[in-house]
Design a protein around this ligand. Structure first.
Ligand SMILES: Nc1nc2c(ncn2[C@@H]2O[C@H](COP(=O)(O)OP(=O)(O)OP(=O)(O)O)[C@@H](O)[C@H]2O)c(=O)[nH]1
Ligand SMILES: C[S@@+](CC[C@H](N)C(=O)[O-])C[C@H]1O[C@@H](n2cnc3c(N)ncnc32)[C@H](O)[C@@H]1O
Ligand code: SF4
Ligand code: SF4
Length: 376
């Protein structure tokens, strides 16, 4: 049983609603121009070429955002006055998602992560999982969820082919949860974590965004969860996105978090080897069943072996979490692009991917989207 510390003060009232309007992409290339230009240059790309950028990074991991909606309003993700919502008819349908996924997997993608917003609020999630997991060549169908509405759906999702799961939880204190997420639901998240463990999701990753003065006093409580449960608790450096009032002083660095754990565990932490494309620096505490990790996007970027691409809920292809360049695969599909055309469009976008993100201060000053419309 996962235990939580006792109640603290009550939370402020929930945040405000969101208006329905088209999300303005920071920079959206026109797909026809891209295809015409590529055709003038020869006009065909293989799957491997499509996924490989100019730094020889091969992108075999696709993050698919299923929705911009969420049943929580986390302060570090959702702007206080909401984020504009794309009208429903301009979001990718299940068929469009499947077409794109099939194209990416055909080219060599072997892992898809479903994200959002909150993927479990999408009504056709189960059917989406069933059809994605049937794609030949896809090895991992993963999902990142806040866990609020997950427990009941999880057995069926597993049957539908979901085989990797990350659950986000930033505090073990119910009152703090309400302040951080502007909603209730702490107990439901804990119940989903227990259910995921019962169903054998392994490693079950728990994402904790650490913020100074907010939850940085819970690092040890979270790491203690790994003593008896096969959890991988991942402490994440707070990242800047539009509307999330980021400041470097609120960000707790990898170095600080590691020092806190080293103080608590004088027997030492054991550093594990990182698989290619890993975003986390992984450690075990001797004697613990689980492990602890750090996602160090801000102080120790890991762009050198980046293997990720993103398709957002509105069909925009975003080649870097922090990159402004986007191209609408939805428009291309709806305006008659063939699979060959789509490959050219994707390949051109991947070729424009930069070597690394710009550094935390520049990122904080640059327009991006609110995180809720990207999906992590
Ligand atoms: N900078 C950066 N951060 C990322 C990237 N992918 C995921 N993250 C961040 O990592 C944190 C956890 O994200 P998850 O959705 O759990 O995905 P993941 O860490 O890629 O999960 P795994 O596939 O299990 O490695 C979030 O804060 C994400 O924004 C990336 O490509 N670049
Ligand atoms: C955007 S959420 C979408 C999936 C799902 N709703 C959830 O919360 O797990 C994906 C991940 O991004 C993380 N995230 C959101 N905003 C962040 C920020 N400003 N800095 C670091 N991580 C962030 C969340 O904690 C979560 O683990
Ligand atoms: S982090 Fe996830 S749960 Fe929280 S507001 Fe963003 S999308 Fe929703
Ligand atoms: S910041 Fe961009 S390039 Fe760096 S790891 Fe993340 S997605 Fe890849």
């Amino acid at each position: 049983m996962l235990r939580t510390p006792s109640k603290q003060q009550r939370a402020p009232p929930p945040g405000s609603g969101r208006q329905e309007q088209e999300q303005q992409a920071p920079s959206a290339a026109d797909w026809r121009e891209v295809v015409e230009r590529a055709r003038r240059m020869g006009g065909h790309v293989s799957g491997e070429q499509m996924l490989t950028d100019t730094f020889s990074r091969k992108h075999t991991y696709l993050r698919l955002s299923l929705t911009e909606r969420c049943n929580l309003r986390c302060t570090y993700c959702m702007p206080a006055d909401g984020a504009p919502l794309t009208p429903g008819e301009r979001l990718l349908s299940a068929d469009e998602l499947q077409r794109l996924a099939s194209l990416f997997v055909g080219a060599g993608v072997d892992k898809i992560r479903l994200t959002g917003g909150e993927p479990t609020v999408r009504k056709d999630l189960l059917e989406i999982c069933r059809s994605l997991s049937a794609l030949p060549g896809l090895r991992t169908l993963a999902m990142t969820s806040n866990g609020v509405a997950l427990k009941r759906q999880l057995p069926q999702l597993q049957e539908a082919g979901l085989n990797a799961l990350n659950i986000s939880l930033d505090t073990l204190r119910p009152d703090r949860f309400e302040a951080l997420t502007r909603r209730a639901g702490h107990g439901k998240v804990l119940a989903s974590i227990e259910e995921a463990l019962r169903l054998g999701f392994a490693p079950l990753k728990v994402n904790v965004v650490v913020m100074r003065g907010v939850n940085d006093d819970e690092i040890i409580d979270f790491s203690e969860l790994t003593r008896d449960a096969p959890l991988n608790v991942r402490f994440i450096e707070y990242m800047p996105f539009d509307g999330n009032v980021w400041s470097d002083s609120k960000m707790v660095t990898y170095k600080e978090m590691l020092a806190a754990l080293r103080d608590r565990y004088p027997q030492g932490l054991v550093r594990c080897a990182d698989p290619a494309g890993e975003v986390a620096k992984n450690f075990t505490v001797p004697g613990h069943k689980g492990s602890v990790s750090f996602i160090t996007s801000m102080t120790h970027a890991f762009c050198g072996d980046c293997n990720r691409l993103r398709v957002l809920a509105d069909g925009s292809l975003k080649v870097c979490l922090f990159g402004a360049n986007e191209v609408s695969l939805r428009d291309a599909m709806r305006e008659g692009a063939t699979d060959d055309d789509l490959r050219l469009v994707i390949s051109a976008a991947v070729d424009r991917k930069r070597a690394a993100h710009a550094g935390m201060f520049e990122l904080a000053a640059t327009q991006n989207r609110p995180m809720i419309t990207i999906g992590g």
